[in-house]
Design a protein around this ligand. Structure first.
Ligand code: C5P
Length: 300
């Protein structure tokens, strides 16, 4: 086999409960991940060295050296296999860069799946999940797809049962936000307000809404503890979120560390109408309609 292409989805967080800051600089989380139908594609081709090229919108904001998370994934996999494999990766981006939708993690997960196949390693999912957790907190979920709750840094996953399909509108912003900066701002705001940080817990009503496929109930339960920090760092997001509520979204929140905002719709038709009204309200650089949950990385 000379070349393998893998399609991999973005994620939105339906609940992101941020617990206390740990000694290792991470926070204990309850992170309900949901994979949605915005896809990057990664093609891995056999080569002697390691190289990567990024194509698509905002490709110029993604590094094409060893800082690229997909290259780090390929290197980690080769190390795990104990061999000096080579690969050329071509990443075609549709997932917003630094947008709070785990685009970099998705590319890393796709690279793991593609190189596992290309190099004929046949490593089981459990091995890939272990390598993924070392690459980043969101990479294990990017391997899994569907809907799952993550604890620890977000890397310890339990898949969730979900009935039916949920329809979303994503409002893209100009420029990205650094995840580490948003977590640091969250800590700063909590400290300034003297807030006692509770141990994070999964929302029972949210889990029930997912089990029942009840979009209206889910809309009422969407929460993100990083949202106040993301809005503080990017004030325009307050207006974007307000516009979603005014235009009849069932729920709205900042996706992960932002700046992408997610709006839940009643149906595919409602998502189209909501995207059109948000477009005329002029509160986003672009709007994308998507649905979830969708499966994780797929060889195409
Ligand atoms: O794991 P990852 O490299 O994706 O995390 C990026 C940054 O996000 C970390 O360096 C940390 O600042 C923050 N983070 C955190 N707690 C988590 C996950 C991420 O503070 N559970």
């Amino acid at each position: 086999m000379n070349s393998v292409t893998v399609r991999v989805p973005a994620k939105v967080n339906l609940q992101l409960a941020v617990g206390p800051l740990r000694d290792d600089g991470y926070h204990d989380l309850v992170n309900v991940f949901h994979a949605v139908s915005i896809f990057d594609e990664v093609t891995a081709t056999a080569e002697t060295g390691m190289s990567v090229r990024v194509e698509g919108e905002s490709a110029d904001q993604v590094p094409e050296d060893d800082d690229n998370l997909a290259i780090q994934a390929a290197l980690a996999l080769a190390r795990h296999a104990g061999r000096s494999y080579g690969v050329n990766l071509i990443i075609r981006k549709s997932i917003p860069v630094a947008g709070g939708m785990a685009g970099g993690s998705a590319d890393a997960a796709a690279a793991l799946v593609a190189c596992n196949e290309l190099w004929g390693l046949g490593l089981p999912m459990d091995d890939l999940l272990e390598i993924a957790a070392d690459l980043g907190s969101d990479v294990p979920f990017a391997l899994l797809g569907g809907t799952a709750v993550g604890t620890g840094r977000g890397e310890r996953l339990t898949p969730l049962e979900v009935a039916g399909t949920f329809h979303w509108v994503f409002a893209l912003a100009d420029g990205g936000l650094s995840t580490a900066t948003v977590y640091a701002e969250c800590d700063r705001m909590r400290e300034a307000m003297g807030e006692k940080v509770a141990w994070p817990r999964a929302g029972e009503s949210l889990l029930a809404a997912l089990r029942d496929g009840d979009a209206r109930a889910l809309g009422a339960e969407l929460t993100n503890d990083l949202q106040p920090a993301a809005v503080m760092l990017r004030r325009s997001l307050a207006r974007t979120l307000d516009a979603g509520r005014e235009q009849g979204a069932l729920g709205s929140l900042v996706s992960g560390s932002g700046p992408t905002c997610a709006f839940l719709a009643e149906s595919e038709i409602h998502a189209g109408e909501l995207a059109a009204s948000l477009k005329s309200a002029g509160v986003a650089r672009d709007l994308i309609i998507a649905h979830g949950p969708v499966p994780g990385p797929t060889v195409v």
